[in-house]
Design a binder for this molecule. Sequence first.
Ligand code: BEZ
Ligand code: FE
Length: 276
Amino acid sequence: MSYFTEDGSEAAVLSRLADDVEPRFREMMQAAVKHLHGFIKEVEPTVEEWGQAIQFLTATGQMCDDKRQEWVLASDTLGVSMLVDAINHRRPDGATENTVLGPFHVAKAPVRENGDTICLDGKGAPCAVTGRVTDENGNPIAGAKIDVWQTNDDGFYDVQQPGVQPDMNMRGLFTSDADGRYDFITVKPLPYSIPTDGPVGRMLDAMGRHAMRPAHIHYIVDAPGYEQLVTHIFVKGDPYLESDAVFGVKESLIVEFEPDGDGWKADFDVTLKKLS
Ligand code: BEZ
Ligand code: FE
């Protein structure tokens, strides 16, 4: 047994970890204590500064409910969500890359036919999005489920504006045809701000960072026997591609949106990785 000292702080805490603790939890607690104590020793906070840190953590938790997840937003804006995603979705070259899910996915999007629109509020110029779902050898994957969602032409998700936008506006679940093809009508997405009315917004402000995300359309693609793909397509030329507030942009996900008659068109092929 040893009493707590500044130098021996980490050992003092870890000596209380029981021998029969579940091994993975043990590994995580050991690392958490090591890095937390390392952080404190590096920055040597004053008592007031540590109080402010506790206040930030408290406010972040208090902002969370079934509609708002400030902790996920904190994880996203500190690059942690993208790091966890990268570690868990290492893919071979050629397979479509993952990116962050974000908080605005809604289960049970309306099932739609290829060629249908997802825009229920009539705002914005139409944009046709087409593509093919294939395996890593270019073989079509028929029957893949393609769940898409985005903000409307005012830059908000339907769930951010209940009673203003129609329910399930800008959402749809499509199915690839026998040749792996899918297509839907939407509007060209716009850049938008993540929520800034909570502690994460204040943190970004204090860090001298903006809260903008470059324009994107979210995708979840599922097919039996293949790894689920959670991704976005980003609009080429968007001013926020290199400073996305949540670090979600990958080069391979940037797509050209071209003028097409009175609207726009974009094409994005999806390559799924086989489950091993
Ligand atoms: C989104 O793209 O919907 C999103 C992602 C992370 C944080 C906030 C919003
Ligand atoms: Fe989004």
